[in-house]
Design a protein around this ligand. Structure first.
Ligand SMILES: CC(C)(COP(=O)(O)OP(=O)(O)OC[C@H]1O[C@@H](n2cnc3c(N)ncnc32)[C@H](O)[C@@H]1OP(=O)(O)O)[C@@H](O)C(=O)NCCC(=O)NCCS
Length: 193
């Protein structure tokens, strides 16, 4: 089921955190496309964001979730049948920085209610379980995305690099920051479920 904006209100119950499966591809792709349209404007091209961003995300998520892959996992938060957030982790992505947190997005109308924190904690716990010998974690965040940077810094992440990435979907290059945690155990707080 695809989550529609405004379907959930302030009395929304606590979300369930679980691993994604192939049946989640459309809902995750729709959330991802919507989040990019809202937050990546100015970094990704308007023609891409106003054009085939959903098809692009559908292709990526259908492939990612088509079969179990020991090298990566996706955590989703859902309420009922509605996906309201997700995080994707690729193990052993970088020799120096460890596992890559590739995407973390929460439904726009539900931002700031602790869902991103829970997704981060759940992804960290999953990483620790799968890869206890190496729990380093990092991600790339757009330089223009100050809100997400504040969120990561508030959760103990450290900006360790600034660089340019590209070509990005839709073409062009973007300025990004690498945010890193030397040990994801610091994110896996038991009180965050
Ligand atoms: C970034 C994002 C995943 C955070 O998830 P969230 O559910 O909104 O955040 P939470 O409610 O769990 O955490 C908020 C906490 O982060 C910290 N924080 C600081 N500045 C913040 C900011 N500008 N925005 C969000 N959190 C911020 C605070 O500690 C806050 O805790 P508090 O509630 O005690 O004040 C979410 O806002 C989102 O999807 N943003 C759009 C997509 C995006 O930019 N993704 C990141 C791509 S790299």
């Amino acid at each position: 089921m695809v989550y529609m904006q405004n379907e959930l209100n302030t009395e929304t119950p606590a979300p369930r955190l679980r691993l994604a499966n192939s049946g989640d591809a459309l809902a995750i792709a729709a959330l991802h496309a919507d989040s990019w349209q809202r937050h990546y404007r100015g970094a990704y091209s308007d023609s891409f964001l106003d054009g085939n961003v959903l098809e692009n995300r559908m292709a990526v998520w259908s492939e990612r979730l088509a079969q179990l892959n020991p090298d990566c996992f996706t955590v989703v938060a859902d309420i009922g049948n509605s996906v309201i957030g997700f995080a994707h982790v690729v193990l052993d992505q970088d020799q120096e920085w460890g596992a890559l947190l590739d995407n973390l997005h929460v439904t726009y109308s539900l931002k700031g209610r602790g869902i991103g924190t829970r997704l981060l904690a759940h992804a960290a716990r999953e990483l620790i379980e799968r890869h206890p010998s190496d729990c380093r974690l990092y991600l790339w965040v757009l330089e223009q995305n100050r809100a997400a940077q504040s969120f990561y810094i508030a959760h103990g992440g450290v900006c360790v690099e600034k660089t340019t990435h590209g070509p990005v979907p839709g073409g062009g290059t973007v300025r990004v920051q690498r945010i890193a945690w030397s040990d994801a155990r610091s994110l896996a707080s038991p009180e965050v479920t």
